[in-house]
Design a protein around this ligand. Structure first.
Ligand code: ATP
Length: 197
């Protein structure tokens, strides 16, 4: 079984995330979309709860075949580390071949991930550019990691930071997040500056 793992904070999920997910989907039998657990006291303001981030992901990926939101990291305490997540997944599904689906920024900083060599013993890497002009740098960086692949898809530059800023300013989010996610953000009053209704 070819299993993709698409991890992130997804605070919130946005169209750039979904663009990468859809481009990667044909390479896999299934993709586990995995929101990470972040101890609230460690993070900046405007971190939505794990439940909210997971629910927005479910709404966003419901029409992408083969994808499922995996609560493994959310259920664990403490900061999420990919090498530990992979150990757990390997124990559960020993015959699966795992691939991490990552944006270009993550490939370029991959050697900063804790125990990255162990990660590569348990998973391959599949990356795509987030910004114009990044593709050539990614091809170069991929040479350091055996079996790493870079998807040739046009980037869709966008970040959760942009979405939180737009939501806090009361701007419409259409085109940045799927309509169901926009409705969820409004209904649950997420990313509003504290004290503002
Ligand atoms: P923030 O702005 O809060 O730092 P983010 O937009 O970078 O968030 P994350 O949840 O940290 O989003 O990213 C999860 C994964 O999705 C990472 O591998 C990241 O590189 C990738 N990713 C994020 N945005 C894009 C995008 N626009 N295109 C392709 N990949 C992306």
């Amino acid at each position: 079984m070819e299993t993709g793992i698409y991890g992130g904070t997804f605070n919130p999920v946005h169209c750039g995330h979904l663009h990468l997910l859809k481009a990667a989907a044909p390479y896999f039998d299934r993709i586990l979309v995995m929101p990470d657990h972040i101890p609230p006291h460690k993070e900046a303001e405007m971190l939505a709860s794990g439940d909210d981030r997971a629910e927005m992901l479910r709404l966003a990926v419901s029409d992408i075949p083969g994808t499922e939101v995996c609560p493994l990291e959310l259920e664990q305490q403490g900061r999420s580390y990919t090498y530990l997540t992979l150990r757990a997944l390997k124990a559960r599904c020993p015959s699966d071949h795992f691939t991490l689906i990552i944006g270009g920024d993550m490939l370029l900083s991959f050697k900063e991930w804790r125990n990255w060599q162990e990660i590569l013993e348990n998973a391959s890497l599949l990356a795509a550019a987030r910004d114009d002009g990044e593709y050539a740098r990614l091809l170069q960086a991929a040479k350091d990691f055996p079996g790493a692949r870079v998807l040739k898809v046009p980037p869709l530059p966008m970040s959760s930071t942009d979405i939180r800023a737009a939501a806090a300013a009361g701007k419409p989010l259409s085109g940045m997040v799927p309509p169901a996610v926009e409705r969820y953000i409004h209904a649950h009053r997420l990313y509003r500056p504290s004290g503002k209704e």
